[in-house]
Design a protein around this ligand. Structure first.
Ligand SMILES: *Cc1c(COP(=O)(O)O)cnc(C)c1O
Length: 382
């Protein structure tokens, strides 16, 4: 074959095969995937309508209902990261003009505000300093004032390390006839969650934090009340890819082609969820709690203080105050470059003030705490 145009070779880099350092990921996510999950991900893909794959999708749905403690029929994985599943919850139940009330006490509350605004919501907020949580009284007052169609809260604020208590919130949402939307991205698998008992109507998560899986396939669920709001919409969902009226036909009986599922990521998610079920989700919660308490003790013994009041601290993510006179970024850089350990820095109100240490999923183990503390003892000024 004769080419009429000449080839431009300027981008034709001559590279060695991929070589990435092995890191211990103790930041706000991703966390290290379990080796069995990586192995499952290496399984050759089948077609997205292959009976073997459809059976695997059903297993993912059942396992997600288990780890979330819900009976919601519409419980699936969204092909995308946690933010895609987050957008899915907003896109499906928000109609232009709906009042959406968001509890903002960190970075991810603000992301919900941004998303809801893009779908035409009349967004209202209640705010708290980063690291604090909303009381039931504050939630009641806000519902009385704003009369929202949806109340959106972040269960585990990864930017602050605080855990929002949920007890009683679902009852208030029924009293005020609104849906309860909950971000469980940094809680699923590591923090006790009882979606149905709490009366949560919409929830989403991700694969790469408490589930110990690579990023890209994200848990999503809608209660029958939320599905009813979806069915009563005047207009189509403004996002084609995340429209649950279409997606539920792929995940449900019809098995209608919607998009090509990222087959290997679903293999990985299935294995990650299987491992949680094998351990028992309540045992996984206990393991996270035990290891984080050990981390807190060790950090305090080193003379460091923690940003969040003990009763509201997350077992998956700890914010550590950077001591006066210490260059937080330099410490993180040294941990990464010399010890292959990743930890996170602060965002927003907490930028430059805290480090963020994650103990999530497969990474929530005593030996990882010991490895981090050993490195910190070397790196921190005496
Ligand atoms: C990580 C995170 C998200 C976003 O998930 P991605 O997988 O990064 O898209 C949303 N909410 C919270 C609380 C998170 O920690």
């Amino acid at each position: 074959m004769t080419l009429t145009s000449s080839i431009n070779n300027s981008q034709r880099l001559q590279l060695a095969p991929l070589k990435i350092p092995t890191r211990l990921l103790l930041g706000p996510g991703p966390s290290n995937a379990h080796p069995a999950v990586l192995q499952a991900m290496n399984t050759p893909p089948v077609g997205h309508l292959d009976p073997a794959f459809l059976a695997l999708m059903d297993e993912i749905q059942s396992l997600l209902r288990y780890v979330w403690q819900t009976e919601n029929p519409l419980t699936i994985a969204v092909s995308g990261t946690g933010s895609a599943a987050m957008e899915g919850t907003i896109a499906n139940v928000t109609e232009p003009g709906d009042v959406v009330l968001v509890g903002v006490s960190g970075y991810f509350g603000n992301r919900l505000v941004d998303m809801a605004g893009r779908y035409g919501a009349d967004v209202r907020t209640i705010t708290k300093p980063w690291g604090q949580v909303f009381s039931l009284t504050e939630v009641r007052t806000a519902l009385e004032t704003h009369r929202p169609a949806i109340l959106a809260l972040v269960h585990a604020e990864t930017s602050t390390g605080a855990r929002q208590p949920l007890s009683g919130v679902g009852d208030l949402c029924r009293e005020f006839d609104c849906l309860l939307l909950l971000d469980t991205v940094t809680s699923l698998g590591g923090v006790p969650i009882f979606l149905d008992e709490w009366g949560v109507d919409l929830a989403y998560s991700c694969s790469q934090k408490g589930l110990g899986c690579p990023p890209g396939a994200s848990p999503f669920t809608m209660s029958p009340r939320a599905v009813e709001k979806l069915q009563q919409r005047r207009n189509k969902v403004a996002n084609w890819y995340l429209d649950m009226t279409l997606l539920s036909k792929y995940w449900g009986k019809e098995r209608t082609y919607h998009h090509t599922a990222p087959i290997n990521l679903y293999y990985a998610l299935r294995e990650a969820l299987r491992l949680v079920a094998e351990e028992g989700v309540e045992n996984s919660w206990q393991r996270h709690q035990k290891n984080v308490e050990y981390l807190w003790q060790e950090l305090e013994d080193l003379g460091l203080s923690l940003h969040v009041q003990r009763e509201f601290r997350l077992p998956t993510l700890t914010t550590v105050c950077i001591p006066e006179g210490v260059d937080g970024k330099a410490v993180s850089r040294q941990l990464l470059n010399e010890y292959n350990i990743e930890i996170g820095g602060g965002l927003g109100e907490l930028a430059g003030k805290v480090w963020r240490v994650g103990l999530m999923g497969f990474n929530s183990r005593k030996e990882n705490v010991d490895r981090l503390l050993e490195a910190l003892r070397q790196v921190l000024p005496k």
